[in-house]
Design a protein around this ligand. Structure first.
Ligand code: ASP
Length: 435
C-alpha cells in the first residue's frame, strides 16, 4: 500500500483535481490519499489556509469577514460545480459560517481548509472520506498517539479499503481539534505511512523533486535523484524547503521511502528519500548545497578559556535562559564564539551580552552581524580525502573570505560562514566546482 499526499497547489482547482485523479487511479496501491487545503492557482492567488487564518484575525477584532468567507466558499463551490460532484459542499460551508458567529476555536477554523478539500476529493475519487479528527490522535502534550492512531486507521482501511484523509490536523483524546505546524499535511502523510507500514510515501507537489541548490541562486540546478533522510535533514535545516522537516521522523525508523513527485509533470521520476543508499560511484561527491543568511556571532575573550571547566556551560546557559537557539560554537584557545540567528537574538541581544559579561567574566565581548552559513552536504564525502581542501580553494580562488568552519563528525556536511554579501557568489562557485 502507498500513502499518496497532495500539496495545496495540486488540489487548487478542478483542473488540478483531474490530474490528481489520474495519478491516484493509475496505481491500485494508492489506497490512502492525504490532502492539503486548496492552495494557490497562480502566484498572486491566496491559499485557503491563509484566508482562514485571516478570517480568525477579523473575528478577533470584531471586523466583518463576509468578503473573506465568500472567497473561501467560492473556491470550493467552483470546484464542486466544475467537476459536477454530488456532494453538497454548500451545506458544509453554511454550517461553518454559522460556527464562525459563535466562539470558534482557531484550530477548528483553520483545519476546515483540509476538511472541505478532503470531502470534495473523496467524492471525486470515489474514495471514502475519513475525518482526520477520528483517526489522527494527539496526546495532551501535542505528540502523536501512534498506538491509537494505528488502530483507528487500520480499522477504517479494513472497512473502506480506499480512503481520503485531510492533512494538517487531528484531535486530542477528548475530540478537540488540534492542528500541526504550517505545512503539516506532510506530517500527516508520514504518520499514516508509518502506521499502515506503507511500501512508499508519495508526496506530490508542484516542483520536480528536490534540487541540488536554490533555483533563485543557481540557474536550473540539477535534481537530486536519491537522498538519505540525514542529508535531507541537513539541507532542510539550512533552508532547502520541499518537505516539512518533521515529516521525516515517523517514517525514518521503518525505512519507508519518501518520493517527492510533481503533479504537473508525471514523467519526472522524482526524488527518493530513504535511510540508506547503496554506494553508487557515478553519484556526485555532493548531494546538495543550501544556506541561510543573517547570523550573529558573539565572541567572548577570556584568558585561559580553554582550560576552565564549566565556562562554556555558563555561557550557553545564558542563551538557554533567553530561549535563543545556538547554531555553532567555534572556539580558539582564549576565546570562543557563539553563532545564533540574528532575527532570534535581536530583541534580547543587549540583555544577553550584559549577562554574559557577568557570568563568564569575559575581558572582552565582540558582536558581529551579517554572517551567512552555507552547508555542502553529501553522504559520499565521508572518509573521502580532499573535499574540504577543494571547498576552501574554491572560495579562496574567488576571493571569498571564510569566517567560520564546522564539520559534523559523521562527515556528511561541511558548513562555512561567509559575509552576507558573499552568500550568493559562494553558492554559485561551490555549485560549479562540486555539482
Ligand atoms: N494547509 C496547511 C498550510 O497551509 C497545511 C498544509 O498545506 O500542509 O500550512
Amino acid at each position: 500500500m502507498i500513502v499518496t499526499k497532495f500539496g495545496g497547489s495540486s488540489v487548487s482547482s478542478a483542473e488540478q483535481f483531474r490530474k490528481v485523479k489520474d495519478i491516484v487511479l493509475s496505481n491500485p496501491e494508492r489506497c490512502v490519499v492525504v490532502t492539503s487545503a486548496a492552495g494557490k492557482r497562480v502566484s498572486t492567488d491566496n491559499k485557503i489556509t491563509d484566508l482562514l487564518y485571516l478570517i480568525h484575525a477579523h473575528i478577533q477584532y470584531s471586523a466583518s469577514f463576509k468578503d473573506l468567507f465568500s472567497s473561501v466558499s467560492n473556491r470550493f463551490l467552483k470546484i464542486q460545480e466544475e467537476l459536477g460532484l454530488k456532494t453538497n459542499i454548500a451545506v458544509d460551508l453554511e454550517a461553518l459560517e454559522l460556527e464562525l458567529t459563535k466562539s470558534c476555536p482557531i484550530d477548528y477554523l483553520v483545519s476546515r481548509g483540509e476538511y472541505l478539500t478532503g470531502i470534495l476529493l473523496a467524492d471525486y475519487l470515489g474514495y471514502k472520506f475519513i475525518d482526520a479528527k477520528d483517526v489522527i490522535l494527539f496526546n495532551y502534550d501535542g505528540t502523536i498517539n501512534f498506538e491509537k492512531t494505528e488502530m483507528l486507521v487500520k480499522d477504517a482501511l479494513e472497512v473502506h479499503k480506499r480512503i481520503v484523509i485531510p492533512g494538517f490536523y487531528g484531535a486530542y483524546l477528548d475530540g478537540t481539534i488540534h492542528v500541526m505546524k504550517r505545512g503539516g499535511s506532510d506530517i500527516t502523510g508520514s504518520i499514516l505511512a508509518r502506521v499502515i507500514n506503507a511500501s512508499a510515501y508519495e508526496n506530490w507537489t508542484d516542483v520536480s523533486g528536490i534540487l541540488m541548490a536554490d533555483p533563485h541562486i543557481i540557474n536550473n540546478p540539477k535534481q537530486i535523484e536519491k537522498i538519505t533522510y540525514s542529508e535531507l535533514r541537513e539541507l532542510s535545516y539550512m533552508g532547502a524547503n520541499v518537505l516539512h522537516e518533521d515529516a521525516i521522523y515517523p517514517v525514518k525508523d521503518s525505512n519507508i521511502p519518501i518520493l517527492i513527485l510533481n503533479t504537473n509533470d508525471t514523467s519526472f521520476k522524482g526524488t527518493m528519500i530513504c535511510e540508506t543508499i547503496e554506494k553508487d560511484n557515478s553519484i556526485n561527491m555532493i548531494t546538495g548545497i543550501a544556506g541561510k543568511k543573517d547570523f550573529t556571532v558573539i565572541t567572548l575573550y577570556r584568558h585561559n578559556a580553554s582550560n576552565e571547566v564549566g565556562l562554556l556551560r555558563k555561557a550557553l546557559e545564558v542563551f538557554e535562559k533567553y530561549k535563543v537557539n545556538v547554531e555553532h560554537v567555534p572556539s580558539g584557545i582564549d576565546n570562543f564564539s557563539i553563532v545564533v540567528s540574528t532575527k532570534i537574538i535581536e530583541k534580547v541581544l543587549y540583555d544577553i551580552v550584559s549577562e554574559l559579561g557577568q557570568v563568564v567574566q569575559s575581558e572582552n565581548i565582540k558582536v558581529t552581524n551579517n554572517l551567512s552559513l552555507i552547508a555542502i552536504v553529501g553522504r559520499n564525502m565521508a572518509k573521502h580525502v580532499g573535499v574540504s581542501g577543494e571547498l576552501f580553494k574554491t572560495l579562496g580562488d574567488n576571493s571569498i573570505n571564510i569566517r567560520m568552519i564546522a564539520q559534523g563528525s559523521d562527515e556528511i556536511n561541511i558548513i562555512v560562514g561567509v559575509e552576507n554579501e558573499d552568500f550568493e557568489k559562494a553558492i554559485q562557485v561551490l555549485y560549479k566546482t562540486f555539482a
